[in-house]
Structures are given as structure tokens and as C-alpha cells.
Ligand binder design. Sequence first.
Ligand SMILES: *Cc1c(COP(=O)(O)O)cnc(C)c1O
Length: 413
Amino acid sequence: MLKYVRNELFVEKVAVSNLAKKYNTPLYIYSQDKLEANFNAYKTGFKGVDSIICYAMKANSNYAILKLLAKLGAGADIVSGGELYRALKAGINPRKIVYSGVGKTSKEIEFALKSDILMFNIESFEELEQINKIAGKLKKKARISFRVNPNVDAHTHKYITTGKEGNKFGIRYEDAFDIYVKASKMKNIEIVGVDSHIGSQILDVTPFKLAAKKISALIDKLESNGMKIKYIDIGGGLGIKYAAADKPQKPIDLRKMVMSVYSKYKDKTIIVEPGRAIVGDAGILVGEVLYRKTSGPKNFIITNLAMNDLIRPALYESYHSVIPVKKSSKKQQVADVVGPVCESGDFIAKDRTLPIFEQGEFIVAECAGAYGRAMASQYNSRPRGAEVLVKGSKVKVIRKAETIEDLMSKEIK
Ligand SMILES: *Cc1c(COP(=O)(O)O)cnc(C)c1O
């Protein structure tokens, strides 16, 4: 999606510098072709497998992006009532919506039951009781699966690994059978699935097979005890190429890995919940250089891109490649790319060999489509920039930039 034409950076057929001038920075730019290609890689990767691709919309819940994915047949993996609202508005079929998350509120559970979503992925016994109670009140049966923690190591950052024992997610593997038995006795609960999600930015798909083997043993035990499992939710988590050394495997590799275990089941639907792998490398964040300075041995490039625009480096020490919008043969230096926010964690990149950028020059943080704008805040009273979607030479604003007045719009004056 990104290429230099005569040293000018383009997203599809549009020059990034033109967009930056027109819409100002910080600016998120997405490529529609890339988004579609990423989603279609799942569709073709899982072709022939009875499956639903439930886009994990917490990665990026922009309405235009949801609508686009809905049109391609995507379901959604949601984690809040707000996400359910967005998914329904965007036209995602409620029977393709699965609801994950450890802390669903009563209000959210009621909303999801009334919307007739496909299933709840339950993460604790008390949540099960609560869903049973609310479903009873509404005279409904809640379709559920439990998120089971298979205790495998996904070999990823400690903040984004979720399938190991001792983190807040899921039900312990050893406790799973008992909780299914309890659920099977509840009047307003219908057991339909088993779910696991082992982490994020997983580059090698082997841990998915380890998880599948354990989940499959559980399914067999549940079914031999009279419980019927229709859905196997394998979670999301495939990684993308943030750095040159990253070698992410593809949806087809994931399919081969999990189906080596699950192909013996002819009556079950596989649910996949990709987030990052759909939107991550389809989006960039554009900013501009404000000042340069040195402090002792360190060089700093101070930009208008801050942790409130893109928090991933501060939150997970994650890597975003930084590139110029105009390529030149400038001298290079090792520098940190930082923002104006008053926190030492406010950086986009550390110790990078970069051209000595000029003041006012546009720069790009690559692979910012997932967990970028979705996690952006107004910290330091910084209005958030616009988002645009590019298709060929067409540009659509999919979210307007906030104004300084917007910052106080909900405050009592
Ligand atoms: C975050 C999340 C996903 C998506 O993870 P990615 O790494 O973005 O693919 C899928 N399922 C659940 C339950 C999640 O919490």
C-alpha cells in the first residue's frame, strides 16, 4: 500500500504530503485495498472450512471501516456495549457477533441478549450466573461458550499474552469441565461453543496447535457427557510485520495448523477473531517535525505525534517504523522520535537511524491502523486528528479532526 514514486510517499495513488497539507496532522490514513486484501486473506485462507470471521473491532472501530468489512461478510468480536452499537449500525449481522471480555455489565448483557447476538464468550462463574439471571428476566436463552485458558505460551509481549495461567483472562483449563457442567444445568443458558484467545502479535502459529489439542480434548469430554459444541472460537492474534525482521505467518498457515486438529469435526463452525491482522498494516499515522535538539549523547526529533495519538510504544514498548514522506539523501543520525506530551514515555521511536529531518517536514509511523486511533485520547488537551480512507486516487474523510472547542464540549460551563 505504501510506495515511493519519485521520492514521494504514496498510499495507493495519493501522495501523503498532499493529504497532510489538506487535512493537517496528526492524520491517520488507511488503504482500502489493503484492508480488503487482509480480510480476503482470511476468507480464502479458511475457504472450505465452515467458518465465520469475526473482526475484533477493538483494533479499529471506525464506522466506515466496519461498514466496509460488513460488506465483505465479516462478523464482529466485540468487548463492550459501545462496540455492539457500532457493529449493528454498520450493518454487521448480529448472528455473526461474539461478545468477549472479562467485565460485561448488566446493561451490556441485556443489550446483547435483545440484539440476539451469536454468543457470549464467558470468562467467570459469576458472569455466567449474571447472564443466566438476565436472560431469565428477558425470557430468553443465552447462547454461550466459555473462554478457556489453554495455558500455552504465545511467545509475545507480556502485556499481550493472554493464554497463560495467571492472567485475568478466561477460565483455567482444569476448571473448564466443571463450569460447563454447571452451565448445562442452568435454565436460561444454551451451551454452544468453546473459545480461546491466546494472545496478540503472534508471528509463529505453532502455539495455536498446542491450544487446539487441549481444547479438542475438552470438547470430546464435553460431548461424551451430553453437551453439544457447535462453535470452536480460536481467537485472534496473528501478527503483522512491524519491523523488517518480523516474519508473520498467514491466515492459511493458521488454518492448516488448527485444522490439523479440528478437521475431524464435521459438524462444527470455526470462529476466527482477527483484529490487528486486518487493519494494522493498512493504516499509517502522519505527523510533522517541530524541533530538533540534542541532550548529552542523545538526539531528539520532536514531532506533533504524541502518546495520545499513538500509545502503543509507551504501553507495550512496541515498534513502529518511522519513514520520511519525502525521501532524500540527507545525512543520517541516531535519534529518538518524541512528542510534546509531558511524560517520559511519550515517544514514537527510540534509537533509530533516521535522516536528519528538517523542521516542518512530514514523517510517517507505519503500521498504525490497529490499536492506534482506537486508543487515542485527548491527554494534555490535544484534539485528535482526522482519519481518511484512500481507494486508488479517491480520498474519503472517515472521521473529522477534533477542534479545540470539542475538547470542552461535554463539560459544564
Ligand atoms: C483483542 C482480541 C482479539 C484480537 O486480537 P488481535 O491480536 O488484534 O488479532 C481477538 N479476540 C479477543 C478475545 C481479543 O481480546
